[in-house]
Design a protein around this ligand. Sequence first.
Ligand code: WQD
Length: 344
Amino acid sequence: MKGKILVTGGLGFIGSHTTVELQQSGYEVVIIDNLSNSNIGVLDGIEKITGIRPVFVEGDCTDINTLHELFKANPGINGIINFAASKAVGESIVKPILYYRNNLNILINLLDLMPVYGVKGFVFSSSCTVYGEPDANPITEDAPTKKATSPYGATKQMSEDIITDVVNSGSPIKAILLRYFNPIGAHPSAEIGELPNGVPQNLVPYLTQTAIGVRKELSVFGNDYDTPDGSCIRDFINVVDLAKAHVVALERMLGDKSDDKLEVFNIGTGEGLSVLQLINAFETATGVKVPHKIVGRRDGDIVKIWADPKKANEVLGWKAEASIEDTMLSAWNWQKKLRERGVM
Ligand code: WQD
């Protein structure tokens, strides 16, 4: 056993894939999740893939007493990966208090308790949303952050600032901020994947649900942008590749491979792909057509953003490996698995 890691939000999309990679790398995992946007069945998926059922605590990280009990019942936790957060951009505009309360209280509670229970390393799920609309692409970690366009984005920026202040205050912890680009796909086993509540707001779950007939048609939000085909450009990163970045980030902190107490990395492929190109990649990979139509632009969308992942490649020794076709196929196989299970 390499160490014991607390994964908050560990039954969610990225949390579950990261739990799998941690267990397969020899870490023991304790998950806390309040099941607000996940379900208990994900534990079975993790166990099927890895042969190990992680320790699971159903609870809310906004409650500090729940966390005290968790740390007392599971002594020796070395690191935390914090996925527990509310994450729907649109909802955050309607319910800002929910977003500030959840995302900031969870973070503050965890940072507060780390020194109390001797936890050394903290990995934070940040987002390329902190960059706003880039002046140039690919974007590096040194690019300026811009005013957030939603309370969700604001919580990511504030969280980065809070972590920075805590580390600079002399707290005996190390932290790594991972700025994710657009995580998509599913585990190749199709045992775990993304399962949004209600109508998906993100592109790929909407696309796969359309391909299987749950949704009639995918709306492409705008084809008159200043891009080669007029649709927006993103850096779509395979969720398993993304999960692996967390394992190397932890190894760097727990193995004292760097003297830096706080580091930030872009986690993307380095390739920009347009919405229309992504639909095309799905159709090529699966042979399944996706009914779609062009509609008006979506408010607040960034036109084009993709990562310069050189720092993560060189410093962490991490690189995105999956092809877009394999990633699309994994998303499709997961959608078919949901159908088999009668979920949708
Ligand atoms: C991608 C592209 C849409 C749906 C957001 C957050 C980010 C992150 C991921 C957390 C855009 C277009 C989408 C559809 C479409 N974090 N689109 N039809 O907006 O890049 O990032 O989600 O969870 O912080 O900001 O992702 O998947 O919503 O959109 O044409 O039905 O697909 O306009 O160009 P986005 P997305």
